[in-house]
Write a protein that binds this ligand. Sequence first.
Ligand SMILES: [Zn+2]
Length: 251
Amino acid sequence: MKKFVNNMLVAAMIATGIAWGGVVSAQTDLDAIMMNKNQFCQGITYDYSSWDHYWEGTFKRDNANLGTVSTQALMYMPNYGITNNLNVMASVPYVWTKATQGTLHGVNGLQDFSVFVKWRPLVFSSGKNKFSLFAIGGFSMVLWGIALKTVIGWHFTWLVNSATHLWGSRRFDTRDDSRNNGLIAAVTFGEGWHNNHHAHPRSARHGLAWYEFDINWIQIRLLEKVGLVSNVYAYSEKAERAELTPIQEAA
Ligand SMILES: [Zn+2]
């Protein structure tokens, strides 16, 4: 039933597609239909499904603890032909879920904003036969914009405390095994100058030499310039030497 409803809705979406330029035509992210250049098409789909039993092997069980679980989705999908062979489309679904019994409670909201690109790289025909090749790809914001982005962010952060204690060079003879690693610094905006950080943990500046690029330090300097942060301490070898000299002389 759900499949049938879905198919009907896709058909309804295609039927309601409105194209500029006098031609009525439509497409989805999964088919091989192309919009012509500068044609725009939009559609709305509505999807409803519910279930109150499930199969456990050959046993048909009732959802005693969930009741009837239902999902509704209303989706807006605009498509645009950048060229005759390159289309871009997006989909924004709003989803409601509900369970009639038990402790599961429904949620609703915008889900999985997606962008798709469809490209037709190859068409040739011989006689009645026509051959065309399509490439269809896309990404959803929930995966690429939230989940994957967060995981990559975590791993880059953790690299600072793992990899920079294994590989790299040591400017300061600290009591730990911290190291300066340019590769890690490049993906962590300067945090990879970790031996400098361990030697001078209070310093907001990690990159000390001109070649130790430290974007975080540049940002902190900018914030200081516009007055959003103050009393920033930054270690400087020159200043430190100047400070130490009189003491050494006295000693
Ligand atoms: Zn460390």
